[in-house]
Ligand binder design. Structure first.
Ligand code: ZN
Ligand code: ZN
Length: 85
């Protein structure tokens, strides 16, 4: 019906320069953001370890770097720990 002006692209891009990457959820282990993420299958609960002498440590189950006081990061399917019978 109506033909719009062919001015498709904005002269000024509204995208922030770098912060975009930081906001993008990524795997807590391989740091990739191009794979589907799932909550980690670990029993490790770093969010319950507030007050621990160390702030960051490796999850004993999956090896991802976790931060005491913060929830375990999600993992991509590739990094999920093997399920133990
Ligand atoms: Zn991963
Ligand atoms: Zn883990």
């Amino acid at each position: 019906m109506t033909s719009l002006d062919p001015l498709g692209d904005d002269p000024v891009s509204p995208e922030p320069p770098i912060s975009q990457d930081l906001n993008k959820p990524m795997c807590g282990l391989c740091m990739r953001d191009d794979r589907p993420l799932r909550p980690a299958r670990c029993d490790e609960r770093p969010e319950g370890k507030l007050g621990f002498p160390y702030g960051m440590y490796h999850c004993p189950e999956c090896g991802a770097m976790v931060v005491a006081g913060f929830p375990h990061p999600h993992l991509c399917d590739n990094c999920q720990p093997k399920e133990e019978a």
